[in-house]
Design a protein around this ligand. Structure first.
Ligand SMILES: Cc1cc2nc3c(=O)[nH]c(=O)nc-3n(C[C@H](O)[C@H](O)[C@H](O)COP(=O)(O)OP(=O)(O)OC[C@H]3O[C@@H](n4cnc5c(N)ncnc54)[C@H](O)[C@@H]3O)c2cc1C
Length: 384
């Protein structure tokens, strides 16, 4: 079905299709998603049918072959709906498929990419551990070499889609003395793999992040990504730079919707015989938010164009990820303020999105990590 979507639609038509899908199907299904606590399976099937699982891959791998700029334009549309919809396919399209496309062996590309592009193979990216959060080099999961492959032992936490993915990209240490990591493609149903979900989430409630335990999990040599040990961090960074670009766009998409919700409320709700929007203080919150959303949109689109021209611009991606996610939290906070008590009570979109956007400042590099990296870049560029 994806192949049809790829061939029939040019980009403006495809973008319009995704805009309609967002307005007509994703946003109206948010109450159902909240009620049931998960993304309805019929919408996951629709995402696959429309090609969203293949939006980042080249046609030779069954994908749609969109540029990074086009991917950002699409993300700006579908992330006006709950961020959890995007989470359902984000780890497949970004973190994992990009690493396989860039570093996988011919066999790994042939085995995984086309099923990922059509939504048949959902992937999760299993890097984070209790001791290895921002500092990914502290991974303790081990991969002991055997005659016919490796035996993996360790535990991962906070893994998006980890509970239902078909394949896990697991980062482990083949040499406990070295800081180098290696990446392994592990079947989630393999003996020794177990997953569980947290009892409670503060944001992303309908897309909970999993804990994964690996106990004496045997994999063959063909599971080692790229067939070479010690390349794991470089492989991870390929997917991470791509995912950070998408997360920045996600923050702008969320802020766009939050501003729409706040603007609608401010225009309708009356106090002291006038709409809230007529109070200067409320107008200032709306006007400032509009300017910041547009600044974020321009920044991430420009960044995406540079990505297309000359590969991932690491520092500019960091800057966009930092600015857009912090901006979305500010906009969410103002939206809650404008809604008053309705911004706190009930299952409406504003309080839910306020909680959801908070996590964007933590995953794909906490804001403070980006600030530190950008400060280093400034000093390096300014020092003779
Ligand atoms: C919704 C969600 C989805 C996620 N999905 C995945 C996934 O799919 N796969 C995966 O592997 N992981 C995933 N994660 C994990 C995420 O990548 C980590 O939470 C993140 O890297 C931070 O690690 P930590 O939580 O251990 O916090 P820590 O590393 O303990 O950091 C806590 C805080 O300390 C500060 N800090 C840390 N290091 C520095 C530094 N160098 N300079 C300045 N300040 C610093 C920051 O303020 C940071 O927020 C997800 C997390 C969330 C919340």
């Amino acid at each position: 079905m994806i192949a049809h979507a790829t061939r029939i639609l040019d980009f403006p038509d495809y973008l319009a299709t995704i805009r309609r899908f967002t307005d007509d199907e994703l946003i109206p299904a948010e109450p159902e998603m909240v009620r049931t606590g998960c993304v309805p399976e019929r919408l996951v099937a629709r995402m696959a049918e429309l090609g969203l699982f293949g939006m980042t891959l080249e046609p030779e791998h069954g994908g749609m072959g969109w540029t990074v700029e086009q991917q950002v334009l699409l993300t700006l549309e579908f992330t006006r709906a709950s961020v959890v919809y995007r989470s359902r396919f984000s780890t497949t399209i970004g973190l994992v498929s990009q690493a396989i496309a860039a570093f996988g062996t011919d066999e790994q590309r042939a085995r995984y990419l086309a099923p990922m592009a059509n939504g048949d193979c959902v992937a999760a990216f299993a890097l984070t551990e209790t001791e290895a959060g921002t500092d990914a080099t502290s991974v303790r999961t081990t991969a002991r070499a055997t005659a016919d492959g490796y035996v993996l032992n360790g535990a991962k936490r906070f893994i998006t889609n980890g509970h239902w993915a078909d394949v896990l990209l697991v980062f482990a240490r083949t040499d406990p003395e070295s800081r180098e990591l290696s990446a392994f493609l592990v079947d989630r149903t393999a003996p020794g793999v177990s997953t569980s979900l947290p009892e409670q989430m503060n944001g992303h409630a309908e897309g909970p992040i999993a804990e994964i335990v690996l106990q004496d999990v045997h994999v063959g040599h063909e599971a080692l990504l790229g067939g070479t040990e010690g390349n794991g961090l470089r492989q991870a960074m390929r997917g991470i730079n791509h995912a950070r670009t998408h997360v920045a766009a996600t923050a702008v998409g969320q802020a766009t919707r939050l501003l729409e919700e706040a603007g609608r409320h401010a225009g309708i709700r009356r106090q002291f015989d006038q709409p809230l929007a007529d109070f200067g203080a409320v107008a200032a919150m709306l006007g400032r938010s509009y300017a910041e959303v547009e600044a974020g949109r321009a920044l991430i689109l420009d960044c995406a164009r540079e990505f297309d021209r000359s590969g991932p611009p690491r520092d500019r991606i960091s800057a966009a990820k930092l600015y857009c996610t912090e901006m979305a939290s500010e906009v969410a906070d103002r939206a809650v303020q404008i809604l008053g008590g309705e911004g706190i009570a009930g299952a409406g979109p504003v309080p839910r999105m306020w909680r959801d956007v908070r996590a964007l400042r933590i995953y794909e590099g906490a804001s403070q990590l980006h600030e530190r990296n950008l400060a280093r870049a400034v000093v390096a560029a300014s020092t003779p």
